[in-house]
Design a protein around this ligand. Sequence first.
Ligand code: HEM
Length: 460
Amino acid sequence: MVINHKSYSAIKLGVKKALVINNWEMAKECFTTNDIVVSSRPKLVAVEHMSYNQAMFRLGPCGPYWQKARKMTISEILSSHRVKQLRHIFESGSIKELFTFWCSNKNECGYALVELKQWFSHLIFNIVLQMVLGKRYFSLGTVDDEKAGRCVKAVKEFMRLFGVFTVGDAVPWLRWFDFGGHEKAMKETAKEMDSLVSEWLEEHRQNKALGGKVDGVQDFMDVMISMLDGQTSNGFDADTMTKSTVLSIILAATDTISTTLTWAMCLILRNPNVLEKIKEELHIVGKEKWLSENDITKLIYLQATVKETLRLYPPAPLSAPHEFTEDCTINGYNVTKGTRLITNLWKIHTDEYVWSDPLEFKPEKFLTTHKDIDLRGHHFELLPFGAGRRICPGISFSLQVVHLTLASFLHYFEIINPSTEPPDMSETFGLTNTKTTPLDVVFKPCLSPNCYESNEEVFT
Ligand code: HEM
């Protein structure tokens, strides 16, 4: 059953009611005046099996436990110290590596071919795993460790299973039939992820017992082990809290950022005028030096390109599901406690009352007509990271990584689409909307060779 209004749809998913919001006015009403009553999460079948029974704070209800885990994440992972660390990993690893790859794979015209969807995915896994676990697993085209391959596979499966329709979520008494075998797959994925993270936890404990790491740098898991030592919270013991929070970050950070980078490159390659403008803007950096943080703040057209990518291809087009914890009224419509809230970000981002030519890719709008709109949940017309108390805590981190990756890639290398066809834009829908097909590009370095050696001083 669907009752259609311009601004929302009230739907029934079996016995469960859901409110789907489609415009910014409704989003504003939900995430400001009603924020406190829309901030819980539904206990979906996938959540039950794959979140340590809601110990993953991003999938659990609001409350002291959620607050504590969220605070720890923000202060530890997203601190400026960690962000500095990430720049080092990024520059010394990825650009140099791509240059080395080019040296051994270039053709007679001086170009090498790289599949960017996978390169972005491995790059972001390296960055996130380094920060969270102190590990770097991938080099170009290869997986250096069997565990890393298992981790990538498990994350992909987790995302897929969150996107599938599970009968048990709509009609609980049919749950035991497990049509499609989704619950079985969820249990297997949860088991695999737990086995991986338990091994990492054990390794960290052993390192700690032996006096800590040689370089003395603590990763997020080290910090959690020390902070939570023997504590329980909300009925969860320290190990469950550590494992679930570490997995929360890996799951939230990897696919979202690499998906954004992949769509951004597709859109740039489909719009040569945009590529030209970004290249022109990159002249600010100069041909003989590494990109600095300072340079990124000046690349306003590149930043507008990223905003426009997140408008048209929000990595989580339906955001994350919320649940009403009280009866309330939204836009004159009575919503009962227990109703699910689905925020249709894609619809909000392409609302013709807000955006002219809503389906066209035109980054210029963020320098002119929409220049005051930011991505931090203040402007309800553009909410790729959500809004309200459940807003994504990884906004600054994500934007920093996306800007740095795109700017570096386009600054250090000349890129060309190897096909006469523009990149394919077909999407596979799960928890994130990923590009279905690979993204091949040919590239060659365009700066002097000494620019591809890592320069430690830049990062201190
Ligand atoms: C382009 C990158 C990203 C996008 C587009 C994105 C988007 C989102 C969205 C739409 C939500 C749901 C908000 C809501 O429930 O209303 C969310 C939640 C969340 N994100 Fe992100 N995210 C990104 C990257 C990251 C990163 C890098 C991290 C961590 C380092 C992260 C951690 C989280 C967490 C922990 C939550 C749950 C917050 C809570 O329930 O309190 N995300 N994100």
